[in-house]
Design a protein. Structure first.
Length: 535
């Protein structure tokens, strides 16, 4: 075997092991969401590609090489479609991109039919150090174009949502991007030799890089709703898998070296090498664990735990002070106007107290402005001390329909077309119906206020990652970029007559239900609020 064959075989064995490991881990930890099942399918196909690839490059004759080359296409042909479907589901765009996903699967299905025939892999012949490299059939170019389009479109979708996301969601998308793009580029280094371009598949090892990125994102950012214990967890298991695969690869290379140098097979040498590997395994594992702790977390496990406790405590105190300061400033601003009006009339009381018209206006102003102050104070109290949710099993569809019935007159009057897309398949959530209705009313009214001249309101639901996802989108004037990160803060508003407590209340209610809410917006094109609530 040539050096490039050994490299290709070892890297693909590593790819197969880590891909199968990660796919199985995700299914074992959280198998219910369709996104997780799609990722596991993607990982399994990548693992199948790696395993059959290794069998292909170590084949001893042309017939076996052709068989394994065609077999590996069973793994790699579905990868673009499954990955694209995973990305679309991960981004919560299933309902919008259903046609694209279906078309991609049709293309993959048609190519798969040709796997046993010369239409996909025509033959094998010597190329660039490989005795049996594949020659493409007429359909292989279709697969190459499909692979390229799916890759770049999926990366484009993730980049677009990355730009419009904040917080932990932004980090999750970032690490999926950082993991998958190099992996696909590494895998794409296999294409040049198919077209007789003398570039060997040197990027194969990058395919395994996505595993490390996904492991880190799962560990740090709860990717795919997986929360794990650090010690003896995914990242360490995968690193030990890398280590073990590296040992086997090293032993194989040493064995080949001695064979070429001395012309014999040494069983005793192999036994000695395995014994040395067993003795060095546990200490090396410990070194790797400590190295990863320092490299990734810049501390030991014990230091990490203490640091996290301290940061959480500091974060709680900081959030409390920030909330108090924001509310105090907001209340001062909101109450200033009614107090100014009351003060102005009060100055004229000594002079005009006998004037009936003045007395009438004074009574009117005092009544209106004191009610305004009372309303502001009550809303602040409701925000600061929200009621404990009365949790019960709830069908979001019926709650949405009854809420839309209440607001139908306003929608009609403002010429707003409402489109509803239910994709949660009857899944129920546990929530307080009154509080959740308050959330829906606020989001829908905000959307209608953003479209004073009419427009389109889109409400969609789907089950994503063990959560029910609700999106409320409008085609209104949008939210300025500088305000987007602050819209859930008290007294931040884009409305001239608003007090900025509505979305703060919505955020408080969603958090009390164990959910999340995020907003994306493009000025002059509309705003989308995405609510995630546990199923």
């Amino acid at each position: 075997m040539t050096g490039i064959q050994i490299y290709a075989a070892v890297t693909q064995v590593i790819n197969a092991i880590v891909s199968f490991s990660l796919g199985t881990y995700v299914l074992f930890k959280n198998p219910r969401p369709i996104t997780n099942r799609l990722f596991a399918a993607f990982a399994y196909f990548a693992g199948l590609w790696g395993a059959t690839y290794a069998m292909w490059v170590i084949s001893k004759d042309m017939e076996r090489a052709l068989f394994w080359n065609r077999a590996l296409m069973v793994g790699c042909v579905p990868i673009p479609s499954v990955f694209l479907h995973f990305v679309i589901s991960f981004l919560g765009q299933n309902s919008k991109k259903r046609g694209i996903v279906f078309s991609s699967y049709i293309v993959s299905g048609l190519i798969l039919i040709a796997v046993p025939t010369p239409f996909l892999v025509a033959s094998v012949s010597p190329k660039a150090g490989f005795p049996y490299w594949a020659n493409p059939g007429p359909l292989f170019s279709l697969y190459f174009v499909h692979f390229t389009l799916c890759l770049f479109y999926s990366q484009y979708l993730m980049y677009q949502q990355f730009r419009n996301s904040t917080g932990n969601r932004r980090n999750q998308i970032k690490y999926v991007l950082l993991g998958t793009f190099p992996a696909f580029v590494g895998g794409a280094t296999n294409f040049p030799l198919w077209y007789n371009i003398p570039i060997p598949p040197i990027g194969n090892i990058l395919v395994a890089a996505y595993v490390g990125m996904f492991a880190y994102a799962i560990l740090q950012h709860h990717l795919m709703d997986i929360d794990i214990v650090l010690r003896k967890s995914l990242i360490y298991s995968l690193l030990i898998t890398f280590l073990t695969a590296g040992y086997f690869g090293l032993i194989y290379l040493v064995e080949r070296l001695f064979q070429s140098a001395f012309g014999y097979r040494s069983l005793w040498l192999s036994l000695v090498a395995f014994a040395l590997m067993a003795l060095a395994f546990q200490p090396t594992k410990g070194l790797i664990q400590r190295f990863v702790d320092r490299l990734v977390f810049h501390a030991s496990q014990e230091q990490i735990a203490r640091r996290m406790e301290r940061l959480e405590e500091e974060s709680r105190h900081t959030e409390k002070f920030r909330a108090v300061a924001t509310m105090a400033a907001g209340m001062a601003h909101e109450i200033k106007n009614p107090l100014t009006a009351i003060h102005t009339f009060a100055e004229f009381v000594p002079e005009k107290h006998a004037d009936p018209e003045f007395a009438r206006k004074l009574h009117e102003v005092l009544t209106v402005e004191t009610k305004r102050i009372q309303r502001i104070v009550q809303e602040v109290l409701d925000f600061a001390k929200p009621k404990t949710p009365r949790i019960q099993s709830l069908d979001l569809k019926s709650l949405l329909e009854s809420t839309l019935d209440l607001l139908s007159g306003d929608l009609l009057r403002k010429k707003i077309h409402c489109q509803i897309d239910y994709q949660h398949n009857g899944a129920h959530i546990r929530a307080d119906s009154d509080q959740l209705r308050q959330v829906l009313i606020n989001l829908i009214q905000n959307a209608t206020d953003a479209m004073p001249n009419g427009g389109k309101l889109t409400i969609a639901t789907q089950a994503v990652n063990s959560h029910l996802e609700l999106t409320v989108s409008d085609t209104g004037h949008g939210i300025p970029a500088k305000l987007l990160s602050q819209i859930f803060d008290p007294f931040v508003t884009t409305k001239s007559d608003g007090n900025g407590l509505g979305l703060a209340m919505v955020h408080s209610i969603i958090r009390a239900h164990g959910g999340t809410i995020q907003a994306t917006s493009q000025p002059s094109h509309g705003t989308t609020f995405t609510v995630n609530l546990p199923l």
